[in-house]
Structure formats: structure tokens, C-alpha cells
Design a protein around this ligand. Structure first.
Ligand SMILES: *Cc1c(COP(=O)(O)O)cnc(C)c1O
Length: 343
């Protein structure tokens, strides 16, 4: 099979990073107890507790849709509502899974220009209706870094969590690109989450360099009661759990999670710098993590596609380029040259 040349359509086009691969191989010796009762799963959970400086409860699931949906379902009743941004993955890219797994909790969608939630938007949705005919707002979900490539500073997260507390809402963070946000801001994972008032985090491994797997981190253990049953019922309890957990041991133990994210972010910044002067191509929004959005005419984008480049335009109304742990600068340079040829 001939591999695809590097593409920047999504950071999940990349393969498995060496640290995650080595951990899979290392864990593939002999037998181990099933369903998470193995030493790898224990070590991975301990590694999260160390990373977050908190005695949190950690669960390992296969993907982000499951992580988000099950986490949100555990935070509200079916008659309650989940406040999110209009560009949130839970709203646009999960096929109704959060509603499905919560037995009908309605997503209450806030309009946003830049893909970030604001305290004002949360307040508006939380107080819009108090009558019995409207789902009772119970949770807020925010994405860090956002689908639009932006980040929330720890102070911004804290401001949102304070608004949540005022209205009796819990705060969930979709961290499919959590590592990119930490790398961008240079803060600690704790400062970005529980110290700023986040109750539950879905920490993405896939886009960060793993084959598969996201972890659900409950900073308040009481909120995690029976979450294991929820995972099992949803088909998300891996019987050979060690292979879902071991890559986390490799990623967190070696620091690859942060190194990978830094590299991806640096490549995005580099690409944005290279395209800055190209006439007919406009950078949309600041580059804060590993995404770059470009506005250009359909003719230019069609010519770029004709040169073999794959990219999405259904997010943010612009052409999106995502960089990953393995991005090669030579390939970025090729994209820049091709883009220049297209204008
Ligand atoms: C990729 C992504 C997810 C996870 O998606 P899956 O395909 O279900 O693993 C969740 N949230 C955001 C913001 C994402 O970009």
C-alpha cells in the first residue's frame, strides 16, 4: 500500500508517534487481566493524577465522540440542557451522540463569531427561560483548543466557570486538542482545568499522536460514580484495556504529549508566516494552536485541490489546515509553493 503524502486536512491524518507505538509493543508481552484490571491501566491513570496534580478519576474510551457524549450524559438528566458554542464538535460533528447518550438532553447553542463561548452567552442561555416547558440548563461544554483554532487562557476559563457557578452549571471541557492549548499557553494542565473550575475534561490522544483513545478525567470523584457502567453500556469498555492505556503511559511518561503539540503548533505558526504575504489569500483569525484558516476564492482553492491537496472548507467558512506531531516543514513549504502557483 502506498502511503498518502503528508496532508493537512486534519491532524488525525497522521500516524502513531514513536512513544505511543513503543508503549503498545512493550505492553504486548504475555497475558494481563482484562477490562482495565491490568498494571498498564493503573499506571496510565496514575500518570494523569500526577500530571494534573490531583487525585482525579480517569477512564479510557475509544474516541472523542464517546468521551464527550458519555461525560456530558453523566453531568445532566435527560430533561436538562447542555450549553455549547455553535461551532462545537458536540453540536456539529457528533451525529447527535450527546443527545442520544443522555437520553435527550438538549444542546442549547450559543452563537459565536470566533468559536469561543463567552460568559454573556452562557448567562443569556442559562436565564432565557425559567418555565417548565424549556429544558433546564445544567452543563456548559467548552472546547480547548477550539474548533476554530483558538485558545482560552486560564483566566478566561475561570471567568466562564464563575458564570457557571452563579447559575448552578457544571463545566465540561472537550480537550480533543487539549495538549495544543497547554503547549500554546505554557501553563500547567492543572491551571487550565480544575484550578480554573473545570469539572470534567476529555483529553484527546488521537490527534496528539496515538492510534486511538481519549481519556475522561473527573476532577471531582463524586461526579464519576457509575461512569464505568456508562462506558460498558455504550460499548466503550475495552476488554484488552492495556492497549488503550499503555500509549498514555508512553505519551505522558516521556513528555511526548507536549512535545508533539508544540511541534504541531510551531508548524501552524510557520505556515501562517509563509502565506502571510500571498495576494488573494487571507489569514482568517489569529493562529493560536495548530490550525490555520485561509480565505481564498473558489478558483484558487479548486486549483490547490487539483494539485492534490486535501483540506476541509466546511468549518469556519474557510480552508482549514491542521498540523500534527509529524508535520514535515518541507511538505509545508511545498504547500506554500503550490499555493503561490495557484493565485
Ligand atoms: C476530533 C475531535 C473530537 C473527537 O472526534 P472523534 O472522531 O469522535 O474521535 C472531539 N472534539 C473535537 C473538537 C475534535 O476536533
Amino acid at each position: 500500500m502506498v502511503p498518502l503524502e503528508q496532508q493537512f486536512a486534519s491532524d488525525n491524518y497522521s500516524g502513531i508517534c514513536p512513544e505511543a507505538m513503543a508503549a503498545i509493543e512493550e505492553s504486548n508481552h504475555g497475558h494481563a487481566p482484562a477490562y482495565g484490571n491490568d498494571p498498564w491501566t493503573q499506571h496510565a491513570a496514575d500518570a494523569f493524577r500526577e500530571l494534573f496534580e490531583k487525585d482525579c478519576e480517569v477512564f479510557f474510551v475509544f474516541n472523542g465522540t464517546a468521551a464527550n457524549s458519555l461525560a456530558l450524559a453523566s453531568l445532566c438528566q435527560s430533561y436538562q440542557g447542555i450549553i455549547c458554542c455553535d461551532s462545537a464538535h458536540v453540536e456539529t460533528d457528533e451525529c447527535g451522540a450527546p443527545e442520544f447518550f443522555s437520553n435527550g438532553s438538549k444542546l442549547l447553542v450559543a452563537r459565536s463569531e470566533d468559536g469561543k463561548l463567552s460568559s454573556a452567552a452562557i448567562r443569556e442561555l442559562a436565564t432565557k427561560r425559567m418555565d417548565i416547558h424549556y429544558p433546564k440548563p445544567k452543563v456548559v461544554t467548552m472546547t480547548q483548543s477550539t474548533e476554530t483554532g483558538r485558545v482560552y487562557t486560564p483566566a478566561e476559563v475561570r471567568a466562564l466557570s464563575e458564570t457557571c457557578k452563579e447559575h448552578g452549571l457544571s463545566l465540561h471541557m472537550d480537550g480533543a486538542r487539549f495538549a495544543n492549548a497547554v503547549a500554546a499557553l505554557g501553563c500547567t494542565p492543572a491551571e487550565m482545568t480544575w484550578k480554573a473550575g473545570v469539572d470534567v475534561l476529555c483529553f484527546g490522544g488521537t490527534k496528539n499522536g496515538m492510534a486511538v483513545g481519549e481519556s475522561v478525567v473527573f476532577f471531582d470523584r463524586k461526579m464519576a460514580v457509575d461512569f464505568d457502567y456508562r462506558c460498558k453500556q455504550a460499548g466503550q469498555l475495552a476488554s484488552k484495556m492495556r492497549f488503550l492505556a499503555a500509549p498514555w503511559v508512553g505519551m505522558l511518561g516521556s513528555g511526548a504529549w507536549l512535545k508533539n503539540a508544540r511541534h504541531a503548533n510551531d508548524c501552524a505558526t510557520y505556515f501562517a508566516g509563509q502565506v502571510a504575504g500571498i495576494a488573494g489569500v487571507k489569514l482568517v483569525g489569529p493562529v493560536e494552536a495548530n490550525a490555520v484558516f485561509l480565505a481564498a476564492s473558489d478558483a484558487i482553492l479548486d486549483r490547490l485541490r487539483a494539485k492534490g491537496w486535501l483540506f476541509y472548507t466546511f468549518i469556519g467558512g474557510a480552508a482549514r489546515f491542521m498540523f500534527a506531531w509529524d508535520t514535515e516543514l518541507a511538505r509545508v513549504d511545498k504547500l506554500v509553493r503550490d499555493l503561490k502557483d495557484c493565485v
